[in-house]
Design a protein. Structure first.
Length: 432
C-alpha cells in the first residue's frame, strides 16, 4: 500500500474526536502529540481503539490461519480505514474484501493490489471502472461475484468492446433462500458457471463463494447444522464445476467465512479434494476490532464447537471503546450519558458500560460495579438504569463496549489508538 499517501491524510480541525486547538494536521502529527484521552480536556464522546487488543487479535488470527492452512481477505467494509488495511496486509492478508465501487475506489486509491468484490459487479459505469483499473495496472488482481448469466454477459460484452487482454475473474455465488444474493440451486449455479466459461477470454471462473453469516436460528446447534450444510452445498458446486472443466487454469478459490463461523468454513472447505489446487479464503471483517456483545457471543460458540482452538490461547479482545460523560442524574436509578445513535451502533444491542473514570480522582479506568444497563438510546443521549447506590455523578466518564463494529466505525472519521494508559500512540481514519 502507499505508505506516504496514508501518512499524509489531513484531519480537519472541525473533525469529531479531535481535541480543540489542533488541526488541520496529518494523522501522524496528531498521533505524535502524546495526548491522554481520559484527561478530561478532550470533548466527549470519543471512540478509541486499544493498541494491545489490536495486537492480540491480529496475532490470534494469524495463528488460526496457520493452524487451518487458510488465507485471509478481511472485509474492509467494517473499518474502511487505510491504516487498518495497511496493518492487515502487513500481517499477511492474501487480499482485502470490499463491497461496492466506492469502497473499491478507496482501496485502489491507497494502493490495494488484490481485492475481492464481495458483491455482483452491476452497471456500465461500475464495470467500466473495473476494466480501466485492470487495463492500467497489470498487478491488480480483482475478483467479483456472479449469480446471474445476464450479469456475466453484460460484463463480457463491455470487456469485448474494450478489447481487454485480461479476463474479469469471477466467483460463482451461492445463497440461502429468503436471504442475500446467490444462486439457490445447483442447476442455477452451474448455469452461471457455464456462462462465465463460455465467455472466455473475457471472463474466467476462479472459484465458488457464499456468505454463511445470514443463517439465522436461535438454537446454536441448528445454526451450526445449517452453516455446515450450506458450505457443503458450495463444495458440491465446486466439484461439479471442476467435473465439467469450467474453472480457469490455476488454483480454485473457495471463499466464505464472516466473523462468526469461519471455523466451519475452514474445516469443510479443507476437507474438499479437487484435482486443481485450492485456496480457502476467509473474509471476517470484525476480527481485528471485535466487540463486547454480538461477536463475543459468537466466539463463545466457536470455542464450544472447536475445543482444539484453546491451544491458540485467549480469543479476541474488544478493541473498540466509546467514552462519554454523565450529563445528568435526574433520579437515583437513572443516569443520562452524552452518547447517542450518532456515535455508536445500536442495531445489535445498546453500548455496554464497563468502566468509569472520575476526573481529578482516577488516573485510569475503574471497573464499573454491576447492574448498570443501557435501556434507551436517542440521537445524542444514552439512558442507563443504575443501582440507587451507584457512585456515578455528573461529570464522570464512562467507557462503553459496543456491539457490531461496522455500524460504530462508520460514525467516526478520526479514531485515536491508545495504549493501556490511554495515551494516544497512533490514529486511524475512515473513508465511508
Amino acid at each position: 500500500m502507499d505508505d506516504a499517501l496514508i501518512d499524509s491524510i489531513v484531519i480537519d480541525a472541525l473533525e469529531k474526536g479531535l481535541p480543540p486547538g489542533i488541526g488541520p494536521a496529518t494523522v501522524r502529527e496528531v498521533a505524535n502529540l502524546g495526548i491522554r484521552v481520559l484527561s478530561d480536556d478532550i470533548p466527549l464522546p470519543l471512540l478509541v481503539l486499544r493498541q494491545s487488543a489490536l495486537d492480540h487479535n491480529s496475532a490470534w488470527m494469524t495463528s488460526f490461519l496457520e493452524l487451518t492452512g487458510t488465507s485471509l481477505a478481511p472485509h474492509g467494509k467494517t473499518s474502511m480505514s487505510p491504516q487498518l488495511f495497511r496493518r492487515q496486509m502487513a500481517d499477511g492478508a492474501w487480499g482485502m474484501t470490499l463491497s461496492n465501487i466506492h469502497q473499491l475506489k478507496v482501496g485502489r486509491h491507497f494502493g490495494l493490489k488484490r481485492i475481492v468484490l464481495a458483491n455482483e459487479l452491476v452497471g456500465r459505469g461500475a464495470i467500466r471502472y473495473v476494466l480501466e483499473e485492470l487495463e492500467k495496472d497489470p498487478e491488480f488482481d480483482f475478483f467479483c461475484l456472479v449469480d446471474s448469466s445476464t450479469n456475466v454477459e453484460a460484463i463480457a460484452e463491455l470487456a469485448r468492446e474494450k478489447g481487454m487482454t485480461r479476463p474479469v475473474q469471477m466467483l460463482v455465488e451461492a445463497g440461502i433462500a429468503e436471504r442475500r444474493a446467490g444462486c439457490r440451486t445447483l442447476d442455477a449455479a452451474l448455469d452461471v458457471a457455464r456462462a462465465v466459461s463460455r465467455n472466455a477470454p473475457y471472463t474466467a471462473l476462479r472459484g465458488v463463494e457464499g456468505f454463511e453469516g445470514v443463517v439465522n436460528n436461535p438454537d446454536p446447534a441448528r445454526r451450526q447444522e445449517a452453516v455446515t450444510g450450506f458450505i457443503d452445498f458450495l463444495s458440491e458446486i465446486a466439484r461439479r464445476c471442476e467435473g465439467e472443466g469450467l474453472f480457469a487454469d490455476g488454483e480454485v478459490i473457495l471463499s466464505g467465512g464472516g466473523s462468526a463461523y469461519f471455523d466451519i468454513v475452514a474445516s469443510r472447505f479443507g476437507a474438499l479434494k479437487l484435482r486443481q489446487p485450492t485456496r480457502t479464503v476467509l473474509r471476517p471483517g470484525c476480527y481485528l476490532t471485535h466487540d463486547s456483545h454480538m461477536l463475543r457471543n459468537f466466539m463463545a460458540e466457536m470455542k464450544a464447537r472447536r475445543p482444539d482452538l484453546a491451544a491458540l490461547g485467549e480469543t479476541w479482545r474488544p478493541a473498540l471503546e466509546v467514552w462519554a460523560h454523565v450529563v445528568s442524574r435526574p433520579q437515583p436509578d437513572h443516569v443520562i450519558v452524552g452518547l447517542g445513535k450518532r456515535d455508536a451502533s445500536y442495531d445489535a444491542g445498546f453500548p455496554v458500560p464497563f468502566a468509569m473514570c472520575r476526573p481529578g480522582r482516577d488516573s485510569l479506568p475503574v471497573a464499573l460495579e454491576g447492574k448498570h444497563v443501557a435501556i434507551e438510546m436517542n440521537d445524542q443521549h444514552l439512558f442507563l438504569k443504575v443501582p440507587a447506590d451507584s457512585s456515578l455523578e455528573v461529570g464522570d466518564m464512562i467507557g462503553f463496549g459496543i456491539s457490531h463494529p461496522c455500524l460504530t466505525l462508520d460514525k467516526w472519521r478520526f479514531i485515536p489508538v491508545v495504549d493501556d494508559d490511554y495515551v494516544m500512540v497512533s490514529a486511524v481514519t475512515t473513508a465511508f
